[in-house]
Design a protein around this ligand. Structure first.
Ligand code: 5GP
Length: 116
């Protein structure tokens, strides 16, 4: 259960953001600290899931909707290609425990995970 996160406050409207896309189950808004020309966060409106593993197990259709929204945003704001990142756990870099997808697009560094 993802209680009392900043993203919960964004879903409830307590913290205003620029909504870039919205569906019945999902919203998308710009990351406050962008790491790429296009850096958008896609999150489910439900606060029930801390991470993508929990979401995938309980509501795979919501996860599929997040991916579809990511693709639509990449089509609208870049060339349709994008990197989709879910940080899963604190040691993997997760800082907000309300499941979210980072959509990175635009002129990304030509570095793949294999180069790390
Ligand atoms: P994580 O590190 O958990 O995968 O990603 C959390 C992301 O949320 C970070 O990239 C951070 O910049 C972003 N973020 C944190 N607080 C806010 C906020 O209040 N508004 C927005 N738009 N993004 C936020």
């Amino acid at each position: 259960m993802a209680v009392d996160t900043v993203f919960g406050k964004i879903v409830s409207g307590e913290i205003p953001v620029e909504i870039l896309a919205e569906t019945a189950r999902v919203i998308a808004f710009p990351d406050i600290n962008p790491q790429a020309p296009v850096h958008i966060l896609v999150i489910p409106k439900t606060t029930a899931y801390e991470n993508v593993v929990e979401l995938a197990a309980a509501e795979p259709e919501t996860l599929a909707e997040m991916v579809a929204v990511a693709k639509r945003l990449a089509d609208e704001r870049a060339n349709g290609e994008f990197r989709l990142i879910f940080n899963n756990g604190a040691t993997a870099g997760q800082t907000v425990f309300h499941v979210h997808a980072h959509v990175l697009a635009g002129d990304l560094e030509e570095r793949s995970l294999g180069d790390a």
